[in-house]
Ligand binder design. Structure first.
Ligand SMILES: [Zn+2]
Length: 314
């Protein structure tokens, strides 16, 4: 396994934000009173992805308010966040199941897990949102990137925000549905758009800078913040490479000892036919030219997603 980046950022006490102001724990809603979009920013969809929590904590501590429309800030999975153990830093991703796979109406309504229950609490805010930014981070230290549903308005929103400049487009490849694939955001028709931003490695300080910069750019592109405020507070972030990737394969490990044949960290482009991993007798090979390895798992396990593959298209 490639070495994991160091732990520079640790969980903080978020209890000041627990009551919220919208009737749901850890949800804060600010209505400017001026006509405009409803923007929802989510942190901690995954409990060990601290940059979203840091960004929302910063925004709330600043008393940040939209100058038009309504801004909703939601810490999604604080239960998982609070379970963080630096000795097992990848284990606090969720409590019962991946919260970013439950956004299917039937699962949302019927499933009895910590994450589905929390998603049900958040659902009214998700349903009310015109634009969503869901802040994440990655296991390995790869470039920041957006992920959106495979609809033109998702890519257009990412390009309008402008940073990061790598965009992954996906729809229906994971088991279950991600928040960005939730019906209003992934439907062929409609105006609502949702993006994940992956800000870099989970525990690095610079991932927090990327998250804050993207958060501010997102709200600036919706004209919800004064440009002078954005300029004064936007962290300087390194430029990152551009690229558009169509995500088409998610391999869930079937065997007891799935493993990669090289120490992949993500964004390695491999030739068609290249052996990427072995899962029991199964060989996982690049199914097409310009195949790119995405989200390789640091600790492969049976029944868990092992690797995602995409094709670079632009
Ligand atoms: Zn995540």
């Amino acid at each position: 396994m490639p070495e994991l980046p160091p732990i520079e950022v640790l969980p903080r006490d978020l209890s000041a934000w627990e009551a919220g102001n919208a009737g749901t724990p850890f949800v804060h809603r600010f209505d400017s009173g001026v006509a405009g979009p409803t923007a929802l920013v989510v942190g901690l969809t995954h409990g060990n992805e601290f940059c979203g929590a840091e960004t929302l904590h910063w925004a709330l501590s600043q008393g940040l308010r939209p100058r038009k429309g309504t801004l909703v800030l939601a810490f999604a999975n604080v239960a998982a966040y609070r379970s963080f153990d630096a000795a097992q830093p990848l284990d606090s991703r969720f409590v019962d199941r991946d919260m970013n796979r439950v956004w299917r109406n039937d699962w949302l309504e019927n499933e009895r897990t910590v994450e589905a229950a929390r998603a049900r609490e958040l659902r009214p805010f998700v349903d009310a949102a015109d634009f969503v930014l869901d802040i994440h981070s990655t296991t390995f230290d790869v470039r920041p990137f957006f992920v959106g549903a495979r609809v033109p308005r998702a890519r257009a929103l990412a390009e309008r925000i402008g940073y990061p400049r790598t965009i992954l487009l996906e729809d229906g490849v994971f088991e279950g549905r991600t928040l960005i694939e939730y019906a209003p955001f992934a439907a062929k028709d409609g105006d609502k758009a949702a993006l994940v931003v992956e800000c870099g490695a989970h525990f690095l300080a610079r991932s927090v800078d990327v998250a804050k910069a993207t958060f501010l750019d997102f709200l600036a592109c919706l004209d919800m913040l004064d440009p002078a405020f954005v300029e004064a507070h936007r962290p300087a972030v390194a430029s990152a490479p551009a690229g558009i990737y169509d995500v088409s394969v998610v391999h869930v490990a079937q065997s007891d000892a799935p493993h990669f044949v090289q120490p992949f960290v993500g964004f390695e482009e491999v030739a068609e036919g290249t052996l990427i991993a072995r899962d029991g007798d199964l060989e996982i090979r690049a199914p097409y030219p310009r195949c790119t390895v995405l989200f390789p798992k640091a600790i492969p396990a049976k029944g868990r997603e092992l690797v995602t593959l995409g094709r670079r298209v632009d």
